[in-house]
Design a protein around this ligand. Structure first.
Ligand code: GLU
Length: 505
């Protein structure tokens, strides 16, 4: 069997879309499963679409997600350079080869002339049915062609597609696809104006030179596959042609159509791995990293968007994914983008972290808020509260009452639970607690329960008010845990304060 070599070949035209991230991930999983190589090639031959910063963004995204590149831009390797704009000198000889072998031809039609033809001929396509009416090396004499070239006229090289051939594409996900070559047009492979090949030519030549064994890419490239098969044949490379696998689309959460940035804006979720600042408009688009996602959670989520292991298991570390991944378990149909599921994964991954790890991250947020907290106390708080958090940042909203006394009380809760005898009960409770030295949760709980029973108070009534006094609202963890963490003084202060505020209000 040939060496497994795959490539992720993005064009640096902006932020890497989350679908592109999935493509990179599947390439990586496939390569690593077979001990193969993952190559990063930057396809930047279309200078009009080049966006500065995009390449760095792609590299940083892959690094963050732990999708490791073996060869490629930023790393080097036996087939360097891996940036197509730096490979300019390589492509021309392949273009010339096709022209010399009558598999391609030179065309001089200007954009205006092409537009005129389009207006004139319904469903115009530059192909066997029209090419002799156009201005090219097939319709003009050799002398005319030479004259035009020598006169400095810009030209393109077009692939000469023979009509009415059955072109077979074997796709590892979709099976055999047969396309009649008459539907294909004579694609431009090269432009003399910038001395650069187009995507199609550079893509095929590089896949060949870089000994790519499998082309795993998004479904949007499936229509190019028949052309690519014909190009391999024209070069005489059919035997070493890579195998194709076109991945299913990522669909809108509703399922109708392709996931777009607008869906993310509309429904409030990122479609990019990292924040992206558009260099032209300075507009910032949200990224998963900055939204608080763990890279492993995003990887796990994306792995299951279009692939499944055939079992009920949902949580997979990268190593497990590598072991289990296979292209024949990639689905043919599009995968609905379920953002709630992304959050679910993050919640799960947060729970898998140790309290110490979470505390380290949470402490960064506290430091920003100028809160200095003792580490052991923080670890206790984290242990108590993490179950409620999807992101580390959630912990602040959920835990802030541990660090600062409530500034106000949830109005609805206070109105509902503050009764005529609440002030008297709370005053009495404060006195009872005042006498306790051991403020551990189990001890205070025993004392308070006894006090409630002895006085015949309603447990619910006391607890509800106490909760509002300590946490500001009808939420939060076990009350006696809160008391242990904030300590005796703070507990008494908060109880006295609610009496003061509610009695005067
Ligand atoms: N440069 C193409 C892209 O931006 C690569 C398509 C392919 O993988 O062949 O996705």
């Amino acid at each position: 069997m040939r060496n497994i070599r795959v490539r992720f070949a993005p064009s640096p035209t902006g932020a890497l879309h989350i679908g592109g991230v999935r493509t990179a991930l599947y390439n990586y999983l496939f390569a690593k499963k077979f001990g193969g190589a993952m190559i990063l090639r930057i396809e930047d031959t279309d200078s009009a679409r080049f966006v500065s910063g995009a390449e760095e963004y792609i590299i940083e995204s892959l690094r963050w997600l732990n999708i490791k590149i073996d060869e490629g831009v930023g790393i080097g390797g036996q087939h360097a350079p891996y940036r197509q704009s730096e490979r300019k000198g390589i492509y021309k000889q392949y273009v010339d080869f096709l022209v010399e072998n009558n598999a391609a031809y030179i065309a001089f039609d200007t954009p205006e002339e092409l537009d005129a033809r389009r207006a004139e001929i319904p469903n115009f396509q530059y192909d066997a049915s029209t090419r002799m009416k156009m201005k090219n090396s097939l319709s003009l004499s050799k002398a005319e062609v030479e004259e035009l070239i020598n006169g400095g006229k810009n030209y393109v090289v077009r692939f000469k597609i023979e009509p009415n051939q059955e072109v077979e594409v074997f796709d590892l996900i979709r099976g055999k696809i047969v396309v009649n070559s008459s539907v294909l047009d004579d694609k431009v492979l090269y432009k003399s104006a910038d001395n650069l090949p187009t995507y199609h030519l550079a893509n095929i030549v590089d896949d060949h030179l870089m000994e790519i064994s499998h082309v795993i890419r998004g479904e949007e490239w499936l229509p190019s596959a028949p052309l690519h098969v014909l190009l391999y044949a024209a070069f005489g490379w059919a035997d070493s042609m890579p195998q194709f696998a076109h991945l299913p689309l990522l669909l809108k959460p509703g399922g109708n159509g392709k996931l777009s940035k607008r869906d993310g804006d509309r429904l409030g979720f990122p479609v990019f791995p990292l924040n992206w600042k558009d260099p032209k408009t300075a507009e910032i688009s949200a990224g998963y990293r900055e939204a608080g996602y763990f890279p492993e959670a995003l990887v796990n989520f994306l792995a299951l968007l279009g692939w499944n292991p055939g079992t009920e298991q949902e949580i997979f570390a990268m190593d497990e994914l590598i072991q289990l991944f296979s292209l024949d378990r990639v689905s043919k149909s599009g995968a609905k983008f379920d953002y709630e599921k992304a959050k679910w994964f993050n919640h799960k991954y947060l729970q898998m972290k140790t309290d110490e790890e979470i505390t380290d991250e949470f402490n960064k947020i506290l430091i920003e808020k100028n809160i200095i907290a003792d580490t052991d106390t923080l670890i206790k708080i984290v242990a108590l509260m993490k179950e409620r958090a999807t992101f580390i940042a959630d912990l602040w909203e959920q835990c802030k009452f541990f660090f600062t006394a409530p500034q106000s009380y949830d109005e609805k809760a206070a109105r509902k639970h503050w009764k005529e005898d609440s002030a008297q009960q709370m005053t009495e409770l404060a006195k009872t607690l005042q006498n306790i030295d051991d403020f551990t949760a189990t001890h205070t709980e025993a004392v308070v329960m006894q006090w409630i029973t002895d006085n015949g108070y309603s447990l619910g009534a006391v607890m509800n008010v106490l909760r509002i006094a300590l946490a500001g609202a009808s939420k939060g963890p076990h009350l006696f845990d809160i008391m242990e963490i904030i300590g005796k003084n703070e507990t008494l202060q908060r109880i006295n304060k609610i009496v003061e505020i509610m009695a005067s209000g």
